[in-house]
Ligand binder design. Structure first.
Ligand SMILES: Cc1ncc(COP(=O)(O)O)c(C=O)c1O
Length: 372
């Protein structure tokens, strides 16, 4: 099944298919009713299967940044230290969130586009004592996927809580929460789960829940203890986004219908196909290709622009938009030399092929003009 036009090759919110959209038009009911509790409980069970975990699944009435903030509020006491591993804009954002919450943060930062490697993390964790280490699995700003399994193997050697942002990878990549020993793993609805925005999910280990009990002044809205208490009754402490919950539930059903492994494989193959065509067209891949993301591609046009100085990425994107294809801007400090193509959720090979054929035509059409 292909997408309708305009075809969104966005980074999130992404294209939502009709079945999932329809789930959002159901009549509402009280969030303190058995009907709600059934929805809550069944979504939690599906999420456990998707995330491969027996940890507590907490439903946040926020976007993913709410769970980043929750990590800062719940998991770090007084002057305990946090190690934030970064190789792009979202790694930096995670560190900033801890800083803004007055926490003692060390940022282990790599050049944008270079992966965070297990040895570097092992060394950093050996050099000092940390209460928590944070990682961005899929750095959406640079289109890079960190080697999560290998990193989790080294983190396990240290007595430290492990928080992993799988915001733009969960559902589209292999993330095995329990096997990797991830204490807090989180994502939002609007990326690979192809659900409208407005809800975020976090799995929280017993170790993390116990730690949260020791931390004071956690506030109300993002407090793991309060969330857990309600979760035990299949409820959320505040009014939940019921339409998004129905939609997410359907999205997960569709993932299992296609086969979770097949969905992951499809993302991987399509991302490789996009990278190959992008290079054929004349652009470069921004991140180290050995760690290229399987849910999006970050194309680097800096050298292309040197060869064709009149190249204008906005003109290219506008022409693509006229043809019915929406591409994403670059992000953060590389936004003026990159653009991004998402393949999260329901993006199929035929959609991508059609879009790339058009992109090639558009770029070729403009090339002679750039030359003169
Ligand atoms: C890797 C990553 N982490 C966190 C976020 C923040 O998500 P939100 O804006 O939904 O809070 C994003 C958003 O794109 C992201 O890509």
């Amino acid at each position: 099944m292909t997408m309708e036009k305009p075809k969104l090759f966005a980074i999130g919110p992404v294209y939502v298919n009709e079945k999932v959209r329809n789930e959002m038009s159901r009549q509402m009911f009280s969030h303190r009713s058995n009907t709600y509790r059934e929805l809550h409980s069944s979504l939690v069970q599906k999420l456990k299967k998707l995330m491969k975990t027996n940890n507590e699944i907490l439903i946040f009435t926020s976007s993913s940044s709410g769970i980043m903030e929750a990590c800062a509020r719940n998991l770090v006491k007084g002057d305990e230290k946090v190690l934030c591993i970064s190789c792009g804009a979202f790694g930096e954002r995670f560190g900033k969130i801890f800083e803004l919450n007055g926490k003692n943060v060390k940022i282990l930062s790599n050049e944008w586009g270079k992966a965070n490697l297990p040895d570097e993390i092992d060394n950093a964790l050996s050099e000092d004592t940390y209460a928590l280490v944070t990682l961005i699995h899929n750095e959406t700003s640079t289109g890079l996927m960190n080697p999560l399994k290998e990193i989790s193997d080294v983190v396990k050697k240290h007595n430290v809580l492990f928080a992993v942002d799988t915001v733009s990878s969960m559902g589209g990549a292999n993330v095995n929460v329990d096997d990797y020993g991830i204490d807090i793993c989180f994502f939002g609805s609007q990326k690979c789960l192809a659900t409208p925005p407005g809800i975020a999910i976090g799995s929280v280990s017993n170790r993390a829940l116990s730690k949260s009990k020791e931390v004071k002044n956690k506030g109300f809205y993002l407090n793991f203890e309060i969330l857990k208490k309600s979760n035990d009754k299949n409820e959320t402490p505040v009014t939940p986004p019921i339409p998004q919950m129905f939609a997410m539930s359907m999205s997960i059903d569709l993932i299992f219908e296609e086969g979770h492994e097949n969905v992951v494989e499809r993302h991987k193959n399509i991302a490789k196909f996009v990278r190959d065509r992008i290079k054929d067209i004349g652009f470069e891949i921004f991140p180290d290709e050995n760690f290229a993301s399987q849910t999006l591609t970050c194309a680097d046009f800096e050298n292309f622009k040197k060869a064709y100085p009149k190249f204008d990425v906005n003109v290219m994107k506008e022409e693509m938009k006229k043809r019915g294809f929406i591409l994403a801007n670059g992000y953060g400090k590389i936004k003026d030399k990159t653009f991004r193509i998402g393949n999260m959720g329901n993006v199929m090979k035929d959609d991508v092929k059609e879009m790339l054929d058009n992109l090639e035509e558009v770029v070729n059409m403009f090339k002679p003009k750039f030359d003169t």
